[in-house]
Each structure stands twice: as C-alpha cells, then as structure tokens.
Design a binder for this molecule. Structure first.
Ligand code: NAX
Length: 327
C-alpha cells in the first residue's frame, strides 16, 4: 500500500469540516488506494467538536484512515501536511466593518501561513475556504515566502458548481452536458459567472438559453445562491461547500478530465489583466499536479466590465490588508 498522505483541516469542529472529513477518509478526495492521515486543527473552543468528530471517524473504521490527530497548535497541525484545507475563519457578521473583518482574519491566516511555510511538505497544496477566502489565501501566501506562491489557492468551485447546476436546469439538460463555464474574480457578490464560452450539449450555451438571462438574472442568482440557501435551509451551505473543496483538491492532485476546465482562485501572474499576485478566480485545468490558467479566451466588453469590477474589489481588499500591516 502507498504511504499515507497528511491532510490538515482547520475549523474541523465546525460544519464544513464535519461534512468533509468522512468523505476524505472514505477516499473521495485522493482516491480509493490512497491512505490518509488527518490533522484536525481548531481553536480551544472548537476542540470538543473536533474530538467528537474524530470519535465518529473511528466508528466508521475506514480502511484508508491511517490516523487522526487533533490540535490547537498550527505548528503541530501543519507538520508534514501535503494538503491544507483552511476552513476555519472569522466570516463577516452583521455590523462588522471591513477593517475589523480583515484584521481578525489577518490574525488567523498570517500565523497559519507562517506555520505552513515552516512545517508543511514542500509540495503542500493549500486551499482556503474560510471567508473572505481570496484575501485570506493572499495573507497566508504572503507569510510563507519560501513556498512557491502557486501552492496557495482559494475555493470558487462551489460557485462554479452552482453556475453549472443552474445553467443545466435552465437549459433542461443534465449537468454532464454542460461545459466551459467560468467563475472570474472574488468569491463574493461581485463574482462573475461567465457563459460566453459555455456549451450545452456541444452547442454554445448562449444559443440554448436567453442571452439576456445569462448576463442578468443568472449572474445575480449564482452570486447570491449562498443567501438563497440560507433563506430556504435556515443555515449556510455546508455539504455543497465541503464537496466543492474536495473536488478542488482532487482535481488539483489528480488532474482535470481532458478537454474540460473548471474554476479556481489561483495566484495571478497577470493573466487576463488581473494584477499579478492577487488570488483571483480563473478558468483552470490541472496538469501534472499543477493548476494552469486557460489562456487565450476572448473577453467581450460586458465580460471585461464584470471581471474588472470583481478584480477591483480584490485590489481594494489587498490594499486594505497592506495598510493594516497584515501583509
Ligand atoms: P463553522 O462556524 O461551523 O465552523 C468554523 C470552525 O472554525 C469553528 O469550529 C471554529 O472554532 C473554527 N475556527 C475559527 N478560527 C479558527 C482558527 N484560527 N484555527 C482553526 N479553527 C478555527 O463554519 P462553517 O459553516 O464550517 O464555515 C467555515 C467557513 O467557510 C466560513 O468562513 C464560511 O464563510 C466559509 N464558506 C466559504 C465558502 C466558499 O465557497 N469559499 C462557501 C461556504 C462557507 O460559507
């Protein structure tokens, strides 16, 4: 058998951590032949939740699960980690100013980035789920200067999957018949789900659905899907978020299917006019264990405006964390 891969989950006592860890231990992320060792990193208040989840993991007797460790020390939590899923964060709550939000997350993602740089495996794959995810990933990356920047990513796969699902429903086809959807920019209300290059059963999506819908109500609905879930379910997206994070890591490690792209927030090298260094969502494929941005797609005027607006928000968040001395 292969040696186990160490996977660190932060916020493991919370909801998304709970929804993710059983599927990871069952082999859904790294494959049915890959043993995994889980590290559950929490803050003191979350330790009991993580301990309870670990007891349930033991009760599943997963053959692939080589061990579970629980800690509230990031230096222990990331030691030897090949995958780091940063789920715990301080999301925005009512009345919270942006400066307070960014400062609270700087206090989490700065030290976690440093601990990853000091202790994780050289080829660690970091995915930030905790909001504001793109800027939290930027903060962590900036605190691990010895690691290649491209080891740090943020989750927009949930937005991508929502966009695929809603397009398939509108066109009346199966999700498997949809391709070429892209999420651009920030995982926030400014994100741009782009159907310019999407296909439905091999035809341009914009021939299969009303283009006015695709650039109006659809964009809004994808961006506000999280709020829609909260309203109907009485709680935020959990299983779908965990699923998206698992798919992001799986595709990153094992590759995307030939001819298909997905969306992920990765460090820009200036592609599509996105300032270098920002963690922004792009169309991506995964080859040889690395994300590659799909280049050369045409960007019309509408798309340009929407991408620029979301990227402007990322620039503002970056400038704010700089001013606060967080990066
Ligand atoms: P929960 O509040 O259920 O769990 C968060 C857990 O993180 C808690 O157990 C808490 O103790 C722990 N935590 C806080 N600070 C920590 C730290 N410094 N180190 C380790 N653990 C820490 O939230 P949950 O529903 O699991 O959501 C987690 C995060 O995902 C939130 O920030 C949320 O906004 C974000 N989301 C991101 C999504 C995305 O697509 N990028 C979608 C879903 C979700 O809203």
């Amino acid at each position: 058998p292969k040696p186990p891969v160490t996977i660190t989950l932060t916020g493991a006592g919370g909801q998304i951590g709970y929804a993710a860890m059983f599927r990871i231990a069952a082999g859904d992320m790294l494959g049915a032949d890959q043993p995994v060792a889980l590290r559950l990193l929490e803050i003191p208040q979350g330790m009991r939740g993580a301990e309870g989840a670990a007891m349930e993991l033991a009760d599943c007797a997963f053959p692939l699960l080589a061990g579970v460790e629980i800690t509230d020390d990031p230096n222990v939590g990331f030691d030897g980690a090949s995958v780091a899923m940063l789920i715990g964060s301080r999301p925005r709550t009512a009345g919270m100013e942006r400066g307070d939000l960014l400062a609270a997350n700087g206090a989490i993602f700065g030290p976690q980035g440093r601990a990853i740089g000091a202790h994780a495996a050289d080829d660690v794959r970091v995915i930030v789920v905790g909001n504001p995810a793109n800027t939290n990933a930027l903060i962590a990356q900036q605190h691990a200067p010895d690691l290649p920047p491209e080891r740090f990513t943020a989750l927009t796969r949930l937005d991508h999957n929502r966009a695929v699902g809603l397009l398939a429903a509108e066109a009346g086809v199966a999700v498997a018949d949809v391709g070429g959807v892209t999420i651009w920019g920030n995982h926030s209300a400014t994100q741009y789900p782009d159907l310019s290059h999407a296909t439905v059963s091999g035809r341009p999506a914009l021939d299969a659905v009303d283009p006015a819908w695709a650039r109006g109500a659809y964009v809004d609905r994808v961006a506000k899907r999280g709020a829609e879930i909260i309203e109907v379910r009485g709680g935020s997206s959990v299983a779908s978020a965990a699923n998206a994070a698992i798919e992001h890591v799986r595709d990153w490690a094992l590759g995307t299917p030939d001819g298909a792209w997905t969306s992920a927030a990765v460090v820009s090298r200036g592609e599509y006019g996105v300032p270098a260094g920002l963690v922004s969502s792009f169309p991506v494929v995964s080859r040889g264990g690395d994300w590659e941005i799909v280049e050369g797609l045409s960007v019309d005027e509408f798309s340009r405006r929407r991408i620029d607006a979301s990227v402007a928000e990322l620039v503002a968040e970056r400038d704010a964390v700089r001013e606060l001395g967080l990066i």
